[in-house]
Design a protein around this ligand. Structure first.
Ligand code: FES
Length: 80
């Protein structure tokens, strides 16, 4: 089950991609300041998602312990 991102506040220092140690703040920066609009551009700019891929979306998450926040959810919120 996916948690509702809107109902929970995440700090900018929250690590979204544990493989590459990429934070929410870095991903938001890539979207707002560097013009990232999709998973591929986030991956190129921050390296988030370019290892196991579990942080990309619930569909990509193959781990037993599911992520709290996915890059796809961040994109949904910030890319209009
Ligand atoms: S958690 Fe992001 S690539 Fe593995």
């Amino acid at each position: 089950m996916t948690k509702n991102v809107k109902s929970k506040k995440f700090h900018n220092s929250c690590v979204v991609c544990t493989c590459r140690n990429v934070t929410l703040g870095e991903i938001v920066h890539a979207i707002k300041e560097l013009g990232a609009k999709d998973l591929e551009s986030i991956e190129k700019l921050t390296e988030a998602g370019n290892s196991c891929g579990s942080c990309k979306s619930p569909q990509h998450d193959v781990g037993e312990e599911k992520m709290e926040l996915y890059i796809s959810q961040i994109l949904e919120k910030f890319v209009k």
